[in-house]
Design a protein around this ligand. Structure first.
Ligand code: SAH
Length: 393
């Protein structure tokens, strides 16, 4: 999931060079700019009106409103919270935690919810927003563990655990005989997760501050490795997967859920990209149109994501590791899409928490814009919701 307010990164600027070479002309902002500017600049029938006349005042006000609208649109169309590096992501999650808004609205889980076919047909707003997140974990667990006997699972690693909602749910409900260790790069999240585990009496869930790309655990340490919406923040997807497979015991299950982009293998192959480069930032927008590149670029840069890859590419990364078998993938875009607009409705139904924090208004407005853009990207297939699981050989 996203973090706010990050600054430009080396990686993302390289990605941007690639993404932006010819795309800026086609951003929604620049499409809209000439129209708005034109409506602000062209005098209507005011040329012969005396200064201070109602016509001049009206034209002036219209121009001022149009200019202000244009300025706001420009600000909102320019990503402001870019990925910098792992430690910075941690600091941003710290700040986000301190603000309190995320936990208030989203509860203990920082990931999308699950909405069944029937629930979507009935209308997603009838579903409890927070319950959808618990349902997601139940579904992910069921989907990812099908090939294994979970009674043998005694040690679980939750990679990028947030404030530990999922770790505690696994420890308390789904795998009560296992010890669950959650790691995150945010100090404040470790503190909060530990506090909640104590308060909720979940002694078999513990939390540590650790970088998923350089884990301190020995090889073959865990029976299951779980990663829910942390891959989005990883600047090296191959290392992310390889590290998780390294600490997994042979026969253990790796289960990943992560936001992905549409697969572009054919275009990558045609471009002559190496296999490693295919899972990397700057090669991975080959084959997308300029308009798509521009949309992806906004979505990656706004919420501190270095870049995404496709879930098919995640499967290829697992394959290339040489450590994985039984690799399974799926796209849960449909099951999770209602989450985007439901997030906005959660705030509309209960706006007081946002209103009582004026310093959060601007970011909230940015988030609403991004949530809607996410909704569209997942709806038209530009982004996909990747489910990837495999067994360690
Ligand atoms: N899986 C959690 C939270 C997802 S939010 C849940 O289900 O609620 C993304 C999480 O990834 C955050 O906790 C963030 O701190 C963590 N994260 C991002 N980059 C990381 C890194 N390099 N190492 C460890 N954790 C990381």
């Amino acid at each position: 999931m996203p973090t706010p307010r990050l600054v430009r990164s080396r990686l993302s600027s390289r990605a941007r060079t690639h993404a932006h070479a010819s795309s800026n002309k086609h951003t929604p902002a620049s499409v809209a700019v000439p129209n708005l500017a034109a409506s602000a600049a062209v005098p209507t029938n005011t040329q012969n009106a005396p200064l201070g006349s109602p016509a001049i005042v009206a034209a002036g006000s219209a121009a001022a409103i149009a200019a202000a609208g244009l300025a706001v649109k420009r600000v909102l169309d320019t990503p402001a919270r870019e990925y910098k590096e792992g430690a910075q992501v941690g600091k941003e999650y710290d700040a986000w935690h301190d603000e309190g808004i995320l936990e208030y609205y989203w509860g203990e889980h920082i990931h999308l919810g699950y909405y069944s076919d029937e629930e979507r047909a009935e209308g997603y707003k009838k579903k409890d927003f927070k319950q959808a997140k618990y349902d997601f974990i139940d579904e992910m667990f069921h989907w990812g563990t099908q090939p294994i006997d979970t009674s043998n699972v005694k040690t679980v690693l939750d990679v990028g655990c947030g404030i530990g909602g999922t770790s505690r749910y696994l420890a308390k409900k789904l795998l009560p005989n296992a010890t669950v260790t959650g790691i995150t790069i945010s100090e404040k999240q470790v503190e909060r997760a530990t506090q909640l585990a104590k308060g909720q009496d979940v002694p078999n869930a513990k939390f540590e501050l650790m970088d998923a790309l350089n884990m301190e655990y020995p090889d073959n340490s865990f029976d299951m490795v779980w990663a829910c919406e942390s891959g989005e923040h990883m600047p090296d997807k191959t290392k992310y997967v390889n590290e998780m497979l390294r600490v997994l015991k042979p026969g253990g299950r790796l289960i990943i859920a992560t936001w992905c982009q549409r697969d572009n293998l054919d275009a990558l192959k045609a471009s002559g990209a190496s296999e490693e480069a295919m899972a990397n930032a700057y090669e991975n927008l080959v084959g997308f149109t300029d308009e798509e590149k521009s949309r992806l670029d906004f979505l990656y840069r706004e919420w501190a994501h270095p870049y995404f890859i496709s879930y098919e590419e995640y499967a290829r990364v697992c394959e290339r590791s040489g450590m994985a078998t039984d690799i399974t993938t799926d796209d849960w875009a449909q099951q999770t899409i209602p989450s985007w607009r439901h997030s906005v409705w959660a705030g509309v139904y209960d706006p007081w928490t946002v209103f009582s924090r004026p310093r959060a208004w601007y970011r909230t407005l940015r988030d609403i814009v991004t949530l809607e853009r996410m909704h569209r990207a997942f709806s038209d297939g530009l982004l996909t919701y990747g489910m990837i699981s495999c067994t360690k050989k």
